[in-house]
Design a protein. Sequence first.
Length: 389
Amino acid sequence: MKIINTFAAKELWFVLLLLSGFFKQYLNILNFGSIDFTLAVAGILLLLLFKEYLTSYERKMVSNYSLIGLCSLGSFLFFVFLSLLYTHSEQYFYQKLLSFFVCVYIYFLPQIYKDFNIQSFLKSFINVSLVLTIIFILLYPLVSGSSDFGIIRENYLVVGYLCGLNILLLFALKQGISLKLACFALVLFLTGARGPIIFTVLVSILIWLNMYGFFRIFTPKVLISLFALLFVFIGLIGTVEFMQDMLEGSLNRLFLLFSDDMGSSANVRINHIVDSWMHIKSNPLLGYGFGSYGMVTTGLDIRSYPHNIFIEIWFEIGLLGLLAFTLFCFYHLGLTYRKIGFPAVCILIYILLNALKSSSFAEVKFLFAFLSVFVLLSSSNSEKKFNLS
């Protein structure tokens, strides 16, 4: 009965929606690519919402914090819809709009469910992430050399991002050094995802300094734990051949940061920013319209973005849209800091840092999810705010 309740929980399905991109790629490997996993899970969550309202007569009271958050999102949506009137994109904007609606849907869901259990959500997110991470590591040597290897290898950045996020969650939730944390840390380093590795280290330092101060890292217990973890990593990598190959690739990518040529991915991102700024200067106020980046910069109506959500918003939605989105983010950061604490803010900072180098604003599901969850948590009267118990 407990297992049935777990799989019927809206919090679990909400996590599956957030991580649907992973499931899509794994389904493609199994030749089930025709199934739109994201839309299927979104539909199940809608059915669970209807069931909740049909079977419970309690009124859902939306807090003032949630209302302000919804209004700030609404102001950004106004400029998004306005930009549809003059977008340069003729076809692609439909596809991008659907992706963006999924993000908006993700933000609304925790707010409108009558009883969204945040502890259950956090546990499900960490556990499902762990399963997907293990699947990535197991598939990596199995599909090496096959046509599916490209699908797995190209997923390294998202896997690294997910591992970093879970490391910070476990850290901020004061879970201590555990097998889950060790697994996420090992896979993060093996992926060679430079942005997530650097951001995870920097944000972890911020959380540590806030919770424990500087000198506690030199206590015997902490030092022994860190050295034990390091020896386990060295032993594991030394005995598993494919991990040695992954480690070599990871180190090569990290060392590129200290060379004149930082690698093709970094160079592409720099070129995107330079090209974007040249176009923004020509039309700073209104932008070129939702989904127009590919059309304006390449002449092709395709999925393309500058790998920085704030530059992308300025480019497509204009300066007013950028201001609306910035206020939306700053409201949630300030509220989270006042009501939950600095470690929770660090989670949002990590997500935003990754969004400054990798994502399109129409695809930042993690950002909209955790902004929404933290608003809900800020509205809670429970003394147990940010924990798993």
